[in-house]
Design a protein around this ligand. Structure first.
Ligand code: MLT
Length: 407
């Protein structure tokens, strides 16, 4: 008799953003005359930068010609893209990352979800709360947690991110083996200082732990004192894996390109105490289960690093940050305390009431979709997240509707 992976039964029935999409569809079906503005899931709205489009067209033409046609590429990504990433995203910031430590993929969501496969199932996890739900859910699927009791999975060390700590959790006194960190943070928009990240690197070294650092939103950092990469911290090469994406940097949510950095110096141990470089394990996993990102997409991603690409992507992130500033200003004006929005495309709003109730209120009275904080964890309750990813007209319209709805 075939049996299921019973860990799946510990999960909430649906993924947070699928749940929201379903509620919005139900509302739209019942109110076909209303126009809904979506500031929920962080999905970009502006077209790809012209430099990326030109590269995409040129690479597509190469695929039409026998002399330049490409079949399977290297699973880890083409050298031209890995070298561009190493040079522009790392060497330019003083980080020593080699091109062959960079694994090109089709998304950070997949990589964050898949990476846990290379670790033992009986390790201790430290996961922030609130948090991007993929980190928790994928570990639940793998059997690394107990049951969900009162909104929290047994066996997980939750790192509370609250107004009291500015939504940046301090290192815990208890030990952990695998630590998830995301800065600029999704959902709170908070950023971590050099000192805060250095404390996490020291904690990881002390506990022989590994940090999984999600920096998908680093291109939104405008404060020059804030690190863009965990590798800007001394010693991080020995204890951290980093995830980056072209999705929010260059509008690739529908185009799909990201990368994961696994330095050859990051180790983890087997049951007999023998150390293993995680680079070899991830390389084995990646080459076995993934066949690479399409050549034209990698060419488009590489165009992000050209002079034109850099100025166009900067203009794109500036545009969304201007939306974020408008949202933060309007919500503050309505009397709410807000975090994020200055070095991140998300505004985290302390609404001081049930977050699904506030979600329903905005949907029903303003036809605006936000994300209820409770969907990101217990500490997210009492908050909602508003995403800055939309057109200027939609953001302005949404803010007018919210103000009217809350009067
Ligand atoms: C979000 O809204 O949190 C993100 O868009 C989700 C994602 O990047 O998968």
């Amino acid at each position: 008799m075939i049996r299921i992976n019973e860990n799946y039964t510990k999960l909430k029935a649906s993924y947070l953003f699928a749940d929201i999409a379903r509620r919005v569809s139900t509302y739209v079906a019942a109110h076909p005359d209303k126009s809904v503005i979506r500031l929920g899931i962080g999905d970009v709205t502006e077209p790809l930068p012209p430099a990326c489009i030109a590269a995409l067209h040129a690479a597509t033409d190469e695929m039409a010609d026998r002399a330049t046609f490409k079949g399977y590429g290297p699973e880890q990504g083409y050298t031209f893209l890995r070298e561009a990433v190493a040079r522009h995203d790392y060497a330019a910031r003083g980080c020593k990352i080699e091109p062959d430590e960079i694994f090109i993929s089709d998304g950070s969501k997949c990589d964050c979800g898949n990476i846990q496969e290379i670790f033992a199932t009986d390790i201790r996890l430290a996961i922030p709360d609130p948090v991007y739900p993929v980190y928790v859910d994928t570990n639940v699927m793998a059997g690394r947690t107990g049951m969900n009791v009162d909104g929290r999975y047994e066996g997980v060390l939750y790192l509370d991110s609250t107004p009291a700590n500015g939504y940046v959790p301090a290192v815990p006194s208890a030990p952990a083996d695998l630590i998830y960190l995301c800065f600029p943070n999704n959902p709170t928009g908070a950023v971590a200082t050099r000192e805060q990240l250095a404390a996490w690197v020291a904690y990881a070294k002390q506990n022989r732990a590994v940090i999984l650092f999600d920096s998908a939103y680093e291109s939104y950092i405008r404060d020059p004192a804030i690190p863009h990469s965990i590798y800007e911290i001394e010693g991080a090469r020995d204890v951290a894996i980093e995830f980056r994406s072209f999705s929010k940097t260059a509008g690739f949510t529908g185009t799909r390109c990201a990368y994961t950095v696994v330095p050859k110096t990051v180790l983890a141990w087997d049951g007999a105490g023998q150390a293993h470089p995680l680079h070899a394990l991830w390389n084995r996993r990646h080459t076995t289960k993934f066949n690479g990102v399409a050549y034209p997409i990698q060419k488009a991603a590489a165009a992000v690093f050209t002079e034109a690409g850099r100025s166009q992507t900067r203009a794109l992130t500036d545009f969304y940050l201007e939306n974020a500033a408008l949202i933060r200003q309007a919500m503050t004006g309505l009397g709410f305390t807000c975090a994020g929005g200055d070095n991140a495309p998300y505004i985290w709003i302390n609404v001081k009431r049930d977050s699904w109730e506030f979600f329903d209120l905005l949907l029903n009275r303003a036809q605006v979709v936000c994300t209820p904080g409770a969907g990101f964890g217990k500490c997210g309750e009492g908050h909602v997240r508003i995403s800055a990813f939309n057109s200027r007209a939609n953001v302005e319209n949404a803010l007018e509707r919210i103000a009217a709805a809350l009067q």
